[in-house]
Design a protein around this ligand. Structure first.
Ligand code: ATP
Ligand code: SF4
Ligand code: MG
Length: 353
């Protein structure tokens, strides 16, 4: 198997410290940001994690990067349980699992040059060589990987002297300095101008091939997942609701929420910077044509969290959490509609909601 990073039943609950109930010693409340999430990232594969704002995507990425511990569940790198703390195993984990953030401006220090950022990253991971020429060569190779050539033009630039796309490429180069196996890219192009998004996504896809990377591509834009990712996972209100081949999930969505997402997806041209994308704002608005809002994650609805908005909701959806049901071709959905395959074949429910 080519699985490199795996999460099993991972949850993250953030305690809520304020509020009248806790003042009077009421039950401890928590934001159920991520609940019982399982996923596998494979080498040479882009996996998209799609969901609307607040669904828990960034929390999943931070858990996988071990920026904070999970409330429960397990993370495995190459089949071995990930270790927290300060030891060697933890450092090795952090080297192999690198993160790229949404805002390259915020993630680069404005008072330091590209050379500084990249040299420091190479040093941390013991890859800067003996200084001098060896370091220069490593730097040039890194910039070449993200297509910033000739390196001399970029090495002594400060972040503000670069365009948004160039800054994001530097942030990617910095992640690559660790020679990672997994790249967690949290909305890596959503702050960039529409016209340059495609270039950065194509770069990531190229890196996946050349470096055999497992990439987690987080986005609230399911149209770009279809274009860019091999596998697509859909999150709703802290839970994973559907997964499978990107092609299948976007052409034949099984979960009612995925259908809602697709129905409200912007024109794919807008995402990929095609003709329709010109003049569009860099940041997409969250649209919700079907009405309704994501639920509170402090007291999420019982049963299926989507039931208050779901046009197909049945009685048991209100009380029982649906498990994953396997469909054809590796597709699965956490939805009671698929409990008995004979009752509602996927084909009959394809036509949107
Ligand atoms: P977006 O698309 O807006 O980036 P997201 O899917 O990345 O959203 P998260 O940032 O993972 O969502 O947040 C999921 C939920 O967890 C939200 O309700 C958020 O308010 C909450 N949350 C995230 N981080 C914390 C934290 N450190 N403390 C308390 N609550 C948090
Ligand atoms: Fe809708 Fe029920 Fe399926 Fe949830 S489990 S998506 S409420 S049909
Ligand atoms: Mg986020």
């Amino acid at each position: 198997e080519r699985v490199v990073l795996e999460a099993r039943g991972m949850s993250k609950h953030f305690p809520v410290r304020r509020g009248p109930r806790s003042l009077f010693g009421g039950p401890r409340r928590a934001v159920h940001a991520v609940d019982d999430v399982s996923l596998r990232l494979r080498r040479g594969t882009v996996t998209a994690l799609v969901g609307e704002s607040g669904s828990g995507k960034s929390t999943v990425a931070r858990l996988l990067a071990q920026l904070y511990p999970a409330t429960s569940g397990e993370i495995l790198l190459d089949g071995k349980p990930a270790r927290a703390g300060r030891g060697r195993a933890f450092r090795a984990y952090c080297r192999h699992v690198q993160m790229v953030f949404q805002d390259p401006f915020a993630s680069l220090n404005p008072v330091h040059t590209v050379r500084y950022h990249l040299t420091r990253a190479l040093r941390i991971h013991g890859r800067a060589g003996n200084g001098g020429q060896e370091t220069e060569r490593a730097l040039a190779e890194l910039l070449g990987r993200v297509q910033l050539t000739p390196a001399g033009r970029y090495l002594d630039a400060f972040p503000h002297e670069l365009s948004g796309g160039q800054r994001q490429r530097v942030a990617i180069a910095r992640a690559l300095a660790a020679d990672p196996r997994v790249l967690l890219a949290d909305e890596p192009v959503s702050m960039l101008d529409v016209s340059i998004r495609l270039g950065v996504l194509n770069l990531l896809r190229d890196l996946k091939e050349r470096l055999d990377l497992a990439i987690l591509y987080i986005t609230h834009d399911i149209a770009s997942a279809r274009y860019f990712a091999d596998t697509t996972l859909v999150m709703y209100a802290g839970r994973m609701v559907e997964g499978g081949d990107s092609e299948t999930v976007t052409q034949r969505p099984a979960h009612p929420y995925t259908r809602l997402l697709l129905a409200s997806a912007p024109d794919p041209d807008r995402v990929t910077g095609g003709p329709a994308g010109q003049g569009a704002e860099a940041e997409d608005e969250d649209v919700d044509p079907a009405g309704g809002e994501p639920p509170s994650l402090i007291s999420p609805p019982p049963g299926c969290r989507f039931h208050p908005r779901c046009p197909m909701a049945m009685e048991r959806c209100r009380t029982r959490t649906p498990p994953r049901f396997d469909l054809d071709d590796g597709q699965w959905a956490a939805c009671w509609l698929y409990d008995t395959p004979a009752a509602v074949p996927a084909a009959e429910t394809r036509g949107g909601i």
